[in-house]
Design a protein around this ligand. Structure first.
Ligand SMILES: Cc1cc2nc3c(=O)[nH]c(=O)nc-3n(C[C@H](O)[C@H](O)[C@H](O)COP(=O)(O)OP(=O)(O)OC[C@H]3O[C@@H](n4cnc5c(N)ncnc54)[C@H](O)[C@@H]3O)c2cc1C
Length: 410
């Protein structure tokens, strides 16, 4: 088996597969895709529902069918796919340590793209109080049980959250003969947009917003959840707790390899071409910001794959270290901005043409983009957490020495 490639892509979800395919389409000869699981497709493999694939393949797939199409496309484009390989560390000079079949080896490339996706927050990260019985799991784990093994781990769970994935989880339960006892959200509003957020009501499942989990009770299994709801304390009998959403980037490789992650996003900071601080590395998909749709991850992977192909063709004399870069600054309530910095380059426009922002809380006011102190863009309105805000990159960006997002409430 080869241990070198022109480009190695880590992660075989929509972003990684799209990046690998695009590199091949741009003429890069040896593109290796490394996936720790037995199949490609990433999180989509477990989403038993549609819609996936409309914009990239012109038809609607369920998650598992979309994952199979990704696998076929990677093979058809001549990507060297390594399944069952886990990357365990990244090294400075585009070199990886990989564990496979009980052995550890090193792989080298000219460039490496990291597309390791995102994961839902654990119980510990959510600070959920109470006992530690069996039956508390994430949507990802639930969908893996149901889709891969045909097994529903509970019949009457309480579902925590109100993101898009929450309603996907409720749907999965109902389709597999489990009836949620309640959906519980700590915020006073749903994070997903209407009409998706109406789904519990339509399905006859009580939806408590502004409710806190006070206790999870159970011995061998979950037996109940206590919540505070307004001035009331309610005990809800259930046999499981489904923790949905609150995605965080799967950026452990950057952290454990000493490459660091940016605050706010908790993800590797990239420039407008997807390039990380270490110039051998690029990143795309949900590892940049949790969490986007499958189609978004695919399109971003494709753009950044093309940018890596361009990078390989740059004249040797042109070194990115010599190109100044400007950090994009912002303060709360803005949670994150992707890309986190801009390289001042007169060449072709970058792979990303828009800044993507997220907020930490529901706020109303004016969001502005300032270049060298002058306001060049603004939008007034209400902004909600976990909702994508897109700001087009102005042409003048490439000459700016200060790039700042600010927000004034009111
Ligand atoms: C429950 C659920 C429902 C969803 N429903 C929808 C929907 O209806 N429509 C929609 O558009 N999107 C939906 N999504 C979102 C969509 O699945 C994701 O946006 C998309 O899969 C992200 O692609 P990605 O390539 O960035 O990451 P992922 O799909 O997460 O892929 C990352 C890949 O990297 C691999 N990996 C991670 N670390 C390593 C390592 N160290 N070594 C090797 N491989 C590694 C993982 O095994 C994984 O295969 C849903 C997501 C979830 C979880």
């Amino acid at each position: 088996m080869e241990d070198t490639a022109d480009v190695i892509v880590v992660g075989g979800g929509p972003a990684g597969v799209a990046a690998a395919i695009e590199l091949r389409r741009c003429g890069v000869k040896r593109v290796m895709l490394i996936e720790r699981e037995a199949r490609l497709g990433g999180a989509t493999r477990y989403c038993g529902h549609s819609p996936f694939g409309m914009r990239e393949f012109g038809r609607v797939y369920s998650g598992p069918a979309y994952a199979r199409r990704l696998e076929e496309e990677a093979e058809r484009h001549g990507v060297m796919v390594r399944r069952g390989h886990s990357v365990v560390s990244l090294h400075d000079e585009a070199c990886l340590t990989v564990a496979h079949d009980g052995k550890v080896s090193q792989l080298e490339a000219k460039r490496i793209i990291v597309a390791t996706g995102a994961r839902e927050s654990s119980r510990a990260a959510r600070l959920l109080p109470g006992d530690r019985p069996v039956g508390i799991l994430s949507t990802g784990a639930l969908q893996a049980y149901v889709v891969l093994h045909g097994w529903m781990p509970f019949r009457h769970p309480v579902v925590l959250g109100s993101e898009l994935v929450t309603f996907s989880a409720v749907l999965t339960c109902l389709r597999h003969k489990a009836r949620p006892m309640a959906v519980v959200e700590a915020l006073p509003y749903a994070l997903a947009r209407a009409p998706v957020s109406w789904f519990p009501y339509l399905a006859g499942v009580p939806f408590f917003r502004g409710a806190e989990v006070l206790d999870i009770r159970g011995g061998a299994r979950v037996e109940g959840v206590r919540i505070s709801y307004g001035s009331e304390i309610r005990d809800i009998a259930c046999d499981g707790v489904l923790m949905t959403g609150r995605f965080v980037p799967e950026a452990s490789l950057f952290q454990s390899s000493g490459m660091g992650v940016a605050g706010g996003a908790q993800a590797p900071a990239i420039d407008q071409d997807g390039r990380c601080e270490n110039l051998h590395y690029f990143a795309c998909g949900n590892v940049l910001r949790a969490v986007e749709t499958g189609g978004w991850a695919f399109r971003e992977g494709r753009s950044i794959g093309a940018s890596v192909a361009r990078d390989l063709m740059r004249p040797r004399a042109m070194r990115w270290d010599d190109v100044p870069r400007v950090a994009v600054t912002f303060a709360r309530p803005i949670k994150l901005v992707v890309p986190g910095y801009v390289r001042i380059d007169d060449e072709a426009p970058g792979a990303l043409r828009e800044f993507q922002l997220r907020f930490t809380a529901r706020v109303r006011g004016e969001l502005s983009l300032e270049l060298d102190g002058a306001r060049v863009w603004r939008r007034r309105g209400e902004f909600l957490p976990e909702r994508r805000v897109l700001v087009p990159m102005p042409a003048a960006l490439h000459a700016a020495r200060r790039i700042n997002f600010s927000f004034s409430e009111g």
